[in-house]
Ligand binder design. Structure first.
Ligand SMILES: Nc1ncnc2c1ncn2[C@@H]1O[C@H](COP(=O)(O)OP(=O)(O)OP(=O)(O)O)[C@@H](O)[C@H]1O
Length: 243
């Protein structure tokens, strides 16, 4: 099971504006935390900070509970699949190792490609795959890295609703045991996949996260579960208020 991740932040200003306020969060080990909030509130900013893509302001603490650094232990999956068009599916899945000058673990790549339902398409180029297939390939590439911490920025937003539903079910299984932070605009996605849902609420001194009440059942939750439907309606209303 992946360790938990403690984060405290004195706040972040970008372009002369307070984007994120002072916050202290503990992302539970082996659990999925979903982060929602109005457009431009600072969700990607928090993710980018954790990924080391944004300089951390003085006083920031990003501390995995096992005492080891976070750097080098994160897998990232974004909105765009970012598959390289000139590489085959199998080569794209092994891209991380290739970029590090290592030989990708071919058996692991094969297993992951099969797990995302793309067995037999290993030699296909991204242009020969549908949008949903490319998203599944991107998920396989993310998991190929086998990192304890996974940061996902609207990973399934580019696919149609039924494909997204299938991708969520797939991801829930494949992400098990990892500490995941998932940014999404989709309340149902958050409530199906996450152990905890945080809503970023904008404020004068930057946005601050607030917990949203969760349905009693554990993830992966059924979309038709009445508790999930009620929580979804409440979350939608809360997001509309925050916008
Ligand atoms: N490098 C930057 N310089 C200045 N302002 C920035 C920079 N990066 C982001 N911002 C601003 O910070 C705010 C938060 O952006 P961020 O991308 O984190 O929002 P978000 O909640 O992820 O939005 P969305 O849901 O639309 O993706 C926005 O107002 C954005 O314009």
């Amino acid at each position: 099971m992946a360790p938990s991740l403690g984060v405290s932040l004195p706040g972040i200003r970008l372009g002369g504006r307070a984007v994120l306020g002072r916050l202290a969060l503990d992302f539970a080990g082996g659990e999925v935390t979903a982060l929602l909030g109005p457009s431009g509130v600072g969700k990607s900013t928090l993710l980018r900070l954790l990924a080391g893509l944004l300089p951390a302001p003085e006083g920031t603490r990003i501390a995995p509970a096992d005492g080891l650094p976070l750097a080098g232990r994160i897998a990232w999956m974004g909105q765009q699949d970012l598959l390289l068009p000139w590489l085959t599916l199998a080569e794209n899945v092994g891209l991380g190792a290739r970029l590090r000058g290592q030989r990708p673990d071919a058996a692991r790549a094969r297993d992951l490609i099969a797990a995302v339902g793309l067995a037999g398409r290993e030699r296909a180029r991204p242009a020969e795959l549908s949008g949903g297939m490319r998203q599944r390939a991107a998920l396989a590439r993310t998991l190929m890295e086998d990192r304890p911490f996974v940061l996902m920025d609207e990973p399934f937003s580019a696919v149609d609703a039924p494909t997204r539903h299938r991708m969520q079910s797939l991801a829930a299984g494949l992400l098990q045991g990892r500490t995941v932070l998932l940014v999404t605009h989709d309340p149902l996605e958050a409530l199906r996949l996450a152990h905890r849902v945080l809503v970023l609420r904008p404020g004068e001194d930057g946005a601050v996260p607030e917990d949203h009440p969760m349905p009693p059942s554990p993830p992966l939750r059924a979309a038709h579960d009445p508790d999930v439907l009620a929580a979804q309606a409440a979350l939608l209303e809360r997001l509309a208020e925050a916008a």
